[in-house]
Design a protein around this ligand. Sequence first.
Ligand code: GLN
Length: 241
Amino acid sequence: MTDLRVCHLYPEQLNIYADRGNIAVLERRCGWRGIGIVVQPCGVGDPLPDADLYYLGGGQDRDQLLIAPDLAGLSADLAAALAGGATVLGVCGGYQLLGHVYRDRDGGELRGTGLVDLETTAGERRMIGNIAFTCELGGESTVVVGFENHGGRTVLGPGVEPLGRVVHGNGNNGEDGGEGVRSGRLIGTYVHGPLLPKNPVLVDHLIRLALERRHGTVTLEPLDDALELRAHDAALAIAAK
Ligand code: GLN
């Protein structure tokens, strides 16, 4: 039986703007296809469990402060998991900690996992609003929509690819037009909302990537996404205003 193992890192601390909803979407879209799914939380002090997909939500600076030292301690295990074919998804505050460092507005530094070459520095003005960006996923072009709210400005290292190009909103830093990061099976984004309900192309891409670790190439049965696409288009229209 095809099944998906998901590890939800720090669900108590990294869960703002409905980020927990991303887990519910993974559970539903797997369940509707008869794909088993197990979601294992991993909190402060817990060893990193074996999983196909590691998920980190967003968090205010104080939340990131609570978990960053513990997460940094899991860097080697996460790097080994990635090298072993696992997929990593980080949203906003979780995304920022996939890089080397997050510098808050007071100059405080939180060490990240260093899984991808990027750095984030908080600026004066928060970047808040509806966002849309173009993105290429598994050979399919799509526009990802959602909501952003971050003080951090993320700068990708040389040769590091953004996940997409901003159409509406700020994205990584409001200047270079990039949104998020994609490095192998590691994906980071500033998009909350939550991210996945209104973006069926992205969530299915993640499910396929994650299933490949133990099941090889998997073809997902198509679902009736009429409702998801109506919500998507409504969010895109709002972002375009
Ligand atoms: N605390 C980080 C920032 O302000 C991330 C915020 C978030 O996850 N929404 O940039």
